[in-house]
Design a protein around this ligand. Structure first.
Ligand code: APR
Length: 274
């Protein structure tokens, strides 16, 4: 018989206790925390990779092939992603994490998400391991710049407007990135694709946070994608207590001192004061 308590209040009290007895708590998040904000997760039923195979859509070579042979598929993919990113608003999970940072209960949030929702909710110490879709990066000097929301809206509108040819798509990408303000180089969206390295500074900081944490909350991630998936294991080996918040079990579940089997937004709404 399953002896897992079903009453969310049980988990609220346990998590409060763990937070109060910790001094170096860290949140580590994945796509699941934004699912209730309307952004689809990657894996599982209805996930992005269900509709768009990652072998084509999530790596530079696949995207180049798509661009050459099926530019309209590529346009549909980008349009789909941009639309959901632009519509999304922080949910109680993002808001409570930001509030806990402000109140001194957690040190930082390490995220694999590129949706900017932790910062929008007010988190300050945010380490984005896979970049940020609202930012561009110079391919020559690495300078990063946050884009005005209007620029993304304009791009989404153009993507939705007309069937895209290779030529119009190329023009759209160049207009979107623009030129680097530091060196004049070409810019691309500042997101990490499969096969690309993680941003060094964010990764170094994340490793340090995981090593020093005494409480490591793993929220809404399948913990399948490396190197990010190493972090909960490193935290556990460094004697942090692991808390997992995810309706589905993952490879991290066996490490967890507390497993909270609820959708993150719904669970955190029990703490939300706004
Ligand atoms: N609340 C909490 N967890 C949820 C919710 C929810 N409302 N909905 C789904 N989940 C869980 C799923 O059970 C799953 O374990 O979120 C997890 C989402 O897993 P993935 O789709 O694999 O997302 P993520 O772990 O963030 O993926 C890591 O993979 O393709 C890449 O670069 C992409 O950053 C991404 C990386």
């Amino acid at each position: 018989m399953d002896s897992t308590p079903r009453d969310p209040a049980f988990y609220v009290e346990r998590l409060k206790g763990l937070l109060q007895s910790s001094s170096r708590a860290v949140a580590f998040t994945g796509a699941g925390v934004s699912e209730e904000s309307g952004i689809p997760t990657f894996r599982g039923k209805g996930g992005l990779w269900d509709r768009y195979p990652p072998s084509l859509y999530a790596n530079p070579a696949g995207l180049m092939l798509l661009f050459l042979v099926r530019p309209s598929w590529m346009a549909a993919f980008f349009s789909d992603i941009l639309d959901s990113l632009l519509r999304a608003k922080p949910n109680p999970c993002h808001r409570v994490i930001a509030q806990w940072e402000e109140e001194g209960f957690i040190k930082a949030v390490i995220t694999q998400n590129v949706d900017d929702l932790h910062s929008t909710a007010g988190s300050v110490n945010v380490y984005e391991l896979h970049g940020n879709a609202f930012r561009v990066r110079c391919v020559r000097c690495g300078d990063r710049e946050k884009l005005a929301r209007e620029r993304l809206l304009e791009t989404a509108k153009k993507l939705n407007e007309a069937p895209q040819s290779r030529r119009s798509l190329l023009r759209l990408f160049f207009d979107f990135g623009g030129s680097c303000r530091a060196c004049g180089g070409r810019r691309r969206p500042d997101v990490v694709l499969f096969g690309e390295g993680l941003p060094q500074e964010e990764w170094d900081r994340a490793l340090r946070l995981a090593t020093e944490a005494d409480l490591f909350m793993v929220i809404g991630t399948s913990s399948l994608v490396y190197p990010a998936a190493l972090l909960p294991r490193i935290a556990a080996e460094s004697d942090a207590r692991i808390v997992e918040i995810n309706p589905e079990p993952t490879p991290v579940s066996s490490l967890a001192a507390l497993r909270i089997p609820f959708p993150a937004g719904k669970f955190f709404s029990l703490f939300d004061v706004s």
